[in-house]
Design a protein around this ligand. Structure first.
Ligand SMILES: [Zn+2]
Length: 417
């Protein structure tokens, strides 16, 4: 997308700026993003992501309800033949004279490269290799698995690690079943799981009989590497993940609904369809039967530096997703009335969860209700340079904290510290 316009640079010469350059300049390194809503035909919305009650089925009943908002996404949603042209993709909002313009975040990154996401990430990936989303389902999801890079390559995809954090602001109720099954009970044999897969088309294949579920707790999260079976519960979930859509459903009946057999073979190359051993091979068996699953996969928030030090400066920042090398996430809280400057070593996307104020040149706020198609001031993307220079945040409320979630790309240098 090359929309050009003229503006004056510092030397008084006329320079030609693309929309992406203009956005970076206007935001002084911070891009404002438009909300990206995604429907799922097989899901019932949990109605906790602030979309107007009349808009959850705004795309038509056939498309299903909207139960996801994708954040900082350069990854198109794969939603079958009816998928919209830009479904799943984030747009940057740019003021162009007196009119508002939009440019895809993907196009802005392709054009600005390291200037936006940093040379470290651009040189290795030539893309923004993660996104995050709010996943808001009323009921539980089927036990499923995401393939690793090696298995995903068989169908031309990348592997997919993902992680969960349950924001308290979106979880006053946990939905129909706020428990997540993770892995397979230690002592279970591959033969027992294979039998469940063979029984996939016979009603309930009972695979979760061999799993264990954990009650979900707002303000905590879980880490889900590739190859690990998991059946996400119904809490509204902030879900940073690698940019990939690879999965296979291993549970045939959930919440009294049948899962189509094609989803069992969804991640298999054509020649492996019908080969149940290949489905077992997708599983990282040791990871699944780990007797210390809770200790190894559960994530309680971890302060990024000594809490007293941060409190004295007017904020608290916690790592909320920190066990994957493909992405990480933080929750930043700025206390009422405080002004802080927060530095990070990497580019990131952010979503406002609570409060209002200013961030750099932008007004930031947390809407209570959003119409489909409406713009907001709650989602942004911070360039590596702006992150390193430090982002100034002013909390204009005397009572309400500012809370935001920040999602980072692979191998965040601050996480290694
Ligand atoms: Zn998953």
């Amino acid at each position: 997308m090359e929309t050009l316009s003229l503006s004056q640079n510092n030397n008084g010469k006329t320079a030609t700026l693309s929309l992406a350059q203009k956005a970076l300049e206007q935001g002084q390194g911070i891009l404002r993003l438009a909300p990206t809503w995604v429907p799922r035909s097989f899901c019932v919305p949990g109605r906790r992501i602030k979309l107007h009650p009349d808009d959850y089925y705004v795309l038509g009943g056939q498309r299903g309800g909207i139960d996801e908002r994708w954040l900082s996404s350069t990854t198109p949603a794969k939603n079958g033949p009816l998928t919209g042209e830009h479904e799943g993709l984030s747009f940057v909002v740019v003021n162009d004279g007196d009119k508002g313009e939009k440019v895809l975040l993907k196009d802005a990154i392709d054009e600005l490269k390291g200037e936006l996401i940093g040379d470290r990430i651009w040189n290795e990936y030539q893309s923004w290799p993660m996104y995050s989303k709010f996943f808001d389902n009323m009921g539980p999801l089927p036990h499923h698995v995401h393939h690793n890079d090696e298995k995903a390559a068989l169908i031309g995809q990348k592997g997919k690690p993902e992680a969960y954090y349950f924001p308290p602001q979106l979880n006053n109720h946990g939905g129909d079943f706020p428990y997540t099954f993770i892995g397979i009970a230690p002592g279970t044999t591959k033969e027992q799981i294979r039998e469940c897969l063979v029984n996939f088309t016979k009603g309930d294949n009972k695979i979760t009989n061999y799993s264990q579920a954990y009650k979900l707790e707002p303000g905590t999260g879980w880490d889900v590497p590739p190859g690990l079976l998991h059946a996400p519960g119904s809490m509204c979930t902030y879900e940073p993940q690698k940019a990939s859509d690879v999965f296979a459903m291993y549970q045939s009946l959930v919440n009294e609904a049948i899962i189509p057999e094609e989803l069992l073979w969804n991640g298999s190359p054509k020649e492996s369809v019908g080969d149940f051993d290949s489905l077992i091979d997708v599983l990282d068996w040791e990871l699944n039967v780990d007797p210390n699953t809770m200790e190894n996969r559960f994530m309680a928030p971890k302060p990024v530096k000594p809490v007293e030090e941060m409190k004295a400066e007017g904020y608290i920042e916690n790592w909320v997703c920190y066990k994957s090398d493909a992405f990480s996430a933080k929750e930043l809280t700025v206390f009422p009335g405080e002004t802080v400057v927060i530095k990070d070593s990497a580019a990131y996307g952010l979503i406002m969860m609570q409060g209002h104020g200013q961030m750099g040149v932008w007004d930031i706020e947390t809407p209570a209700l959003i119409r489909y198609g409406q713009l907001t001031n709650d989602e942004f993307f911070v360039s590596e340079k702006a992150a390193k220079d430090g982002v100034k945040i002013v909390n204009l409320s005397a009572t309400d904290p500012i809370v935001m979630l920040k999602h980072f790309g692979p191998n965040n240098p601050d996480l290694a510290k």
